[in-house]
Design a binder for this molecule. Structure first.
Ligand SMILES: Nc1ncnc2c1ncn2[C@@H]1O[C@H](COP(=O)(O)OP(=O)(O)OP(=O)(O)O)[C@@H](O)[C@H]1O
Length: 187
């Protein structure tokens, strides 16, 4: 399969079909037994996984916290990717894009599952990576908020030239915002 650059590719399919497994192969979290994966024309098996993950950034199905406050969580991705930390204005803008209406010094542990998902989206957005791998990034949100958040996230990612690959259970998200849809099923 080909994943087009600067587009949004949605991966859909039944539970257990291998969607997360496929995504994890794209940044060397898993190594395929067979076949090869190329990134920008080069086989990823030759790439350093840490360097690869600085530009091919993943959000896992269960959102992780990387610090106490919202601010710390937002800065963590930039620190990991050795990029300049964000200003308060940039962080506030990122929170606006992902529709998370909270102060930067809020304790992240107080956030609900859906708010943690949006915080994760804000964190990776600030990194402006070459590619985003998103595993069910809005699964805890109601349908209306999910569509709103993904719409503004994809616009923002596209503005800096980011490629989005997302696993989604939502055919609505896939149909409305997927430039490409990859459907996988169990054999
Ligand atoms: N680390 C692992 N070791 C062994 N089996 C695994 C591992 N990770 C996933 N699997 C199995 O591989 C299959 C595909 O799992 P995967 O998580 O990729 O599915 P999925 O399509 O993302 O499912 P869901 O929609 O339920 O999240 C499942 O049967 C799962 O149990």
């Amino acid at each position: 399969m080909d994943i087009p650059e600067n587009k949004n590719t949605c991966i859909i399919g039944e539970s257990g079909a291998g969607k997360s497994t496929l995504l994890k192969m794209f940044n060397k979290m898993y190594i395929p037994d067979k076949g090869t994966i190329h990134y920008k024309g080069n086989p990823i098996k030759d790439m350093d996984p840490v360097n690869l993950r600085r530009e091919v950034v993943m959000i896992s199905q269960t959102p992780l916290l990387f610090g106490d406050t919202i601010e710390e969580n937002l800065q963590k991705g930039l620190i990991f990717s050795e990029k300049q930390t964000a200003s308060r204005e940039e962080m506030t803008q990122a929170l606006k894009i992902v529709k998370l209406d909270k102060d930067l010094d809020t304790d992240a542990k107080e956030l609900s599952g859906g708010e943690r998902q949006r915080l994760s989206l804000g964190r990776v957005l600030l990194m402006k990576p070459e590619a985003y791998l998103l595993d069910e990034p809005t699964s805890a949100l109601d349908e209306e908020t999910e569509l709103e958040v993904m719409k503004s996230f994809i616009v923002a990612a596209r503005e800096h030239g980011g490629t989005v690959v997302m696993v989604t259970h939502s055919t609505n998200v896939a149909e409305q915002y997927g430039d490409e849809i990859i459907r996988i099923s169990k054999r």
